[in-house]
Design a binder for this molecule. Structure first.
Ligand SMILES: [Zn+2]
Length: 447
């Protein structure tokens, strides 16, 4: 691959170990890797002029349900709490098939990319009408993001006292078999991987204790990561106490669900002992502030987690509970919510951006090669034009989250231009949006 030079950035926020900020600086990229940063670099390859731009590591999204972009703002779920919201949406999701999974994933991935995201996880836990994880992996390949899909699952349906309808659950044998299939087919353990698969039962209340344990054993056998929802709100804690006789952190620990190969979404209700457990075991957290606000779940103790040394990344969560998938917006919301809880000095704009970049990479097990701009790291880069109206008058455009913009000018993933001047280079966004709207209309007529 030819060289690519990002030249003369207003500021490069490296997010490296000393958080260097370089003014008027260049970034030289070759074969998908950053090979140099500094002033006055040259190349015989392509040059991207970044004057008037702030350059950051690509943002990392650690929790999403891409398929939900097809069920944004569904009237019956707009004002419901978590469990009621799920019961409204399950019947709609049960009408999905491969085409819905593929198109909705493309929309979600494109939305993330425009907001600066270069690497995202996805949590797909229902497989109706022939849908497979393969559908979303194909979508990510076309959009061009680094992708960590997780093979989710639900096995306790309504007739067994669970929340989801029986039509959306699978047998635990079939779930484990398909986990093995998708890992063997798609998981790439090598450095610079574009696809890494994880295992992710939906939540402790939608699968059995056995499946949680078996999933952990399988993940360790295969060398892949584990993910689920944990301690999301008060109902979640009450369910855990009533059904498992312990808090979610203890349940996770009992089942082998702690360690640096595990990350849990939400963790709004972790107590001090659980925060210590996560810090000690290097267990990661996907903080999803907009979803937590949207569903009234509460404010996650991110300040306490960070102070204790917990690895925290950000997640936009599913588009049905947000309803946007703008990751830079999520970083701003992270900063604002910690300030609501603890005062204006609780979190700086730069710290929130750090969580969104190197924090997320660490949570997904990629902290050694993504999430920072430094030589030897993968060339995942977001370029933000700070000459527009959102930044006009800003005394510190590098404090991106305080002013703007909220969309990238350019996005580079593994050294390849995905977005140039605000538009996708290869991916046909307009056609995808049109297809998505047709599918949404068709679904609304069927339920
Ligand atoms: Zn979620």
């Amino acid at each position: 691959m030819a060289e690519l030079l990002i030249r003369n950035a207003h500021t490069v926020l490296t997010m490296d170990d000393t958080r260097r900020e370089l003014c008027g600086a260049d970034i030289l990229i070759k074969d998908g890797e950053i090979i140099d940063l500094g002033v006055g670099l040259t190349t015989r390859g392509k040059v991207i002029d970044a004057s008037g731009c702030v350059v950051t590591p690509g943002l990392v999204n650690t929790h999403h349900h891409l398929y939900q972009t097809l069920t944004r703002a569904v009237p019956g779920g707009q004002d419901a709490l978590l469990f009621g919201w799920l019961k409204t949406l399950y019947p709609i999701w049960s009408k999905f098939g491969p085409e819905e999974m593929f198109t909705s994933a493309q929309v979600g991935l494109a939305e993330l990319a425009l907001s600066g995201c270069t690497m995202t996880s996805d949590h797909l836990y229902l497989y109706p009408n022939g849908a497979t994880l393969d559908d979303t992996i194909a979508a990510a390949g076309e959009v061009g993001l680094r992708f960590h899909p997780t093979r989710g699952a639900m096995s306790i349906g309504e007739s067994d006292g669970g929340l989801p309808p029986d039509a959306l659950v699978e047998t635990e044998h079939a779930i484990l078999e398909d986990c093995v299939r998708v890992i063997d087919r798609f998981h790439d353990p090598r450095p610079a991987a574009m696809v890494r698969v994880g295992i992710a039962p939906c939540s402790p209340f939608s699968v059995s204790r056995d499946l949680m344990r078996d999933a952990a054993v399988l993940a360790r056998d295969k060398g892949v990561m584990l993910h689920t929802h944990l301690a999301e709100n008060d109902e979640d804690i009450a369910y855990s106490l009533a059904n498992f006789g312990c808090r979610p952190g203890e349940y996770a620990q009992d089942l082998g669900w702690v360690g640096d190969d595990v990350w849990h979404a939400h963790c709004v209700k972790l107590d001090g002992a659980e925060i210590d457990l996560f810090a000690r075991t290097r267990t990661g957290v996907a903080h999803c502030p907009c979803s937590n606000c949207r569903l009234g779940s509460g404010i996650a103790p991110v300040r306490a987690m960070r102070d204790a040394g917990v690895n925290v990344g950000l997640g936009v969560d599913g588009s049905a509970s947000n309803d946007v998938g703008n990751l830079i917006g999520e970083a701003r919301q992270t900063m604002l919510l910690q300030r609501v809880a603890q005062g204006a000095d609780a979190m700086s704009a730069r710290e929130a951006l750090e969580i969104a970049t190197r924090g997320g990479a660490q949570v997904l097990g990629r902290g050694g090669e993504c999430g920072q701009l430094r030589a030897g790291y993968r060339a995942d880069v977001a370029i933000w034009d700070v000459t527009g109206v959102e930044s006009a008058g800003s005394w510190d455009p590098a404090a991106l989250l305080l002013a703007g913009p909220t969309r990238v000018r350019d996005l580079i993933v593994e050294g390849r231009e995905v977005i140039r001047d605000g538009h996708f280079v290869k991916f046909d966004l307009a056609a995808t949006v049109a297809r998505q709207n047709t599918l949404a209309q068709r679904l609304s007529q069927r339920v």
